[in-house]
Each structure stands twice: as structure tokens, then as C-alpha cells.
Design a protein around this ligand. Structure first.
Ligand SMILES: NC(=O)c1ccc[n+]([C@@H]2O[C@H](COP(=O)([O-])OP(=O)(O)OC[C@H]3O[C@@H](n4cnc5c(N)ncnc54)[C@H](O)[C@@H]3O)[C@@H](O)[C@H]2O)c1
Length: 324
């Protein structure tokens, strides 16, 4: 089976390509390299440097490599940046995403897997969040992904292109070869690891008076290999639909810091800062549906595994991919 992976030079895309190749899929990656790394592309994958918003580039790939299915990771995904510059998000995620989806449908692609986000739900009124929870994104990033999901629903109805949208919160961890190298980095685990290496002096904890057991916010973390495996399961499932990928319980900011201290053996300097506007106390998605219908079961649900694999990768690649 020939798979086009968009954003395959990015964090989650690179690990998914690796998993696909281990399972004998033929993989073509398209990445603009705006935030990607050439060294993050598995050597057995074909890399096309280009933009998913270019109809010609996408059409050439679909035709030349006889693509059966598309896994779509290419997007901008910084919540703060999306609030400052919504046009960038609607252009890159929605306009370019639509070009990709339309071209795929025109070329008879049978399956489309969208890496979506649990930011589609907005402030939850139920935890863990089920797929039936109302969608009310609180930022343009979440809105842009919700728009893609809606387009896919109509494309399925009219063009018969089956789709699966996977909604999740925080990817983390690393495979042996590929890990997280974002600039700027906004995710908690790599930021705390930077405090362990001395790259950052301290970690700011935004609020320790939330109604949670230790007073800090609780968030959902999924190991990147588990995410990759879920995308591949979705590839092999008939029908169309939306699935959450969550770990069911979530971990608090203090628990993440404690796990980093345990794994690295370093003491992390912490500064308690005021709460940030719009930060809910708890964000955890239910993955019951994915477990039942996709047969997905996380292999690395423990925080020690998530932090441990990210730490190993960071120790082996202290400056990341060093290609920027
Ligand atoms: N990282 C997370 O915690 C997380 C959580 C939920 C959902 N997601 C989603 O998963 C996907 C991957 O996330 P990531 O953390 O690996 O991001 P990433 O930034 O590491 O990777 C995205 C890749 O897409 C490429 N890209 C962006 N726009 C492009 C375009 N128009 N044409 C071609 N390439 C383009 C970038 O160069 C980059 O290599 C994103 O769609 C994101 O919304 C990520």
C-alpha cells in the first residue's frame, strides 16, 4: 500500500513514517520544511519538498507514486500564534488542507486520515471528554481543524473518500531515532527537560490553586509511538468517523515535573506564576471509542515511559536535528 504522509518531516509525522516503514508500507513524504527537518525523514521514505497547497505538486505525487491513502499531519499548530495571526492558520490549515483533500478525492484516494486535535471541544463540560461532546473551539487553531473535519464529512458523502479524524491533546516521547525538535517549543515535557539540561533556568507553573489534587492543571499526554500506531489502525479500518486518542486520566504539571526529576536525576527549579486566562483545570479525552472500534491500546501509557524516551532522545541529540 502506498501512503502519502504530509508533514512527515515534523515530530509526529516522522515517527509515523518510521512505523509505517516497519510495517512494510511504501511511504512518500511531502513537507514544506517550514518547521520540519530533513534528518527526521526516514531514509526509506521518498521526500518531496513542497507545499500541500500546490495542487500540481500534490497531483504529481498522487499519480507518480500511485497513492492509495493520505495521512495528513502538515499544519500550523501553535495556539498562541493562531490567536495573533488567524489568517495564517485558516490559510495554511484550511485553504492548503482543502487543496490537498480535493486533489486526493479527484485522484480516487480511498482513505484519508486527519491528524486533528481535541482543541475542537473548547472548554469541556464533561471529563473525560467523549466524541459526542459539543464542539466549541476557543482558538483559530482548533477551529481550523474542525473545519477540515467538516469538509471531510461532505467529501465522504459526495466523493466516497473515507476518512478518520483523530483528536488528541499532547503528543510526547520519542522513538529511538526520531524525537521532538520544535522552535519555538511550547510543550511542557520538552520544556521541563530543557530545565533539566540547564538550557532553561526554571519552569513556570501557571497556577497552583486549581481544583485538582495538587492544585496544578491536569493535561492528557499520549506517546508519539502510540499516536503513530493509532493512525495506522485507522488506515486499516473501514468506514468514516472521529475518534479521540486520550490516556483516560491525565497528569498534572507537578506530576510531569516529578517524573522529569525521577528520570533525569536532576532537581528542577520551579516558579509559581499566576493562572493563564482560559486554562481549564482539567483536559482529558476519553479513548473508549478508539479502543473498542479501532482496537487501539496505548503501549506507553506511563509518564515515566513518555518522559524517559524523550530524555533518551534529547541526550542523544542535545541540539535536536541541528539542521536549522
Ligand atoms: N504535537 C502535538 O502535541 C499535537 C497534538 C494534537 C494534534 N497535533 C497535530 O498533529 C500534526 C503534527 O504535529 P507535530 O507536533 O508533529 O507538528 P510539526 O510542526 O512538528 O510538524 C508539522 C509539519 O508539517 C509541515 N507543514 C506545515 N504546513 C505545511 C504545508 N502547507 N505544506 C507542507 N508541509 C507543511 C511542517 O514543515 C512540519 O514539518 C499537526 O497537524 C497538529 O495539529 C499535534
Amino acid at each position: 500500500m502506498n501512503i502519502l504522509v504530509t508533514g512527515g518531516a515534523g515530530y509526529i509525522g516522522s515517527v509515523t513514517v518510521e512505523q509505517l516503514i516497519e510495517q512494510d508500507y511504501r511511504v512518500v513524504v511531502i513537507d514544506s520544511m517550514e518547521r520540519g527537518h530533513k534528518k527526521a525523514v526516514h531514509p526509506d521514505a521518498t521526500l518531496v519538498e513542497g507545499n500541500i497547497g500546490s495542487k500540481k505538486t500534490v497531483a504529481d505525487i498522487l499519480r507518480n507514486y500511485d497513492i492509495d491513502a493520505v495521512m495528513h499531519f502538515a499544519a500550523d499548530s501553535l495556539v498562541g500564534e493562531s490567536m495573533e495571526n488567524p489568517a495564517k492558520y485558516f490559510h495554511n490549515n484550511v485553504t492548503c488542507g482543502l487543496t490537498l483533500m480535493h486533489t486526493a478525492a479527484e485522484h480516487g484516494v480511498k482513505r484519508f486520515i486527519l491528524s486533528s486535535t481535541a482543541a475542537t471541544y473548547g472548554e469541556p463540560n464533561e471529563i473525560p471528554i467523549p466524541e459526542t461532546h459539543p464542539n466549541a473551539p476557543t482558538n483559530p487553531y482548533g477551529e481550523s481543524k474542525l473545519m477540515l473535519e467538516k469538509i471531510l464529512k461532505w467529501f465522504y458523502q459526495s466523493y466516497g473518500m473515507q476518512y478518520t479524524a483523530l483528536r488528541y491533546f499532547n503528543a510526547c516521547g520519542a522513538s529511538k531515532r526520531f524525537g521532538e525538535d520544535h522552535d519555538p517549543e511550547t510543550h511542557l515535557i520538552p520544556l521541563v527537560l530543557d530545565a533539566a539540561t540547564g538550557k532553561r533556568k526554571f519552569i513556570s507553573v501557571f497556577g497552583d490553586d486549581y481544583p485538582t489534587p495538587d492544585g496544578t492543571c491536569i493535561r492528557d499526554y499520549i506517546h508519539v509511538i502510540d499516536l503513530a500506531k493509532a493512525h495506522i489502525l485507522a488506515l486499516n479500518t473501514d468506514g468514516s468517523g472521529i475518534f479521540n486518542l486520550g490516556n483516560g486520566q491525565g497528569f498534572s504539571v507537578k506530576e510531569v515535573i516529578a517524573a522529569v526529576e525521577l528520570v533525569t536525576g536532576k532537581k528542577i527549579a520551579v516558579k509559581i506564576a499566576p493562572r493563564r486566562a482560559g486554562d481549564p483545570a482539567r483536559l482529558v479525552a476519553s479513548s473508549e471509542k478508539a479502543q473498542k472500534e479501532l482496537g487501539w491500546k496505548p503501549l506507553y501509557p506511563s509518564l515515566e515511559d513518555m518522559v524517559g524516551t524523550a530524555w533518551k532522545w534529547k541526550c542523544a541529540n542535545p541540539e535536536g536535528y541541528k539542521d536549522k
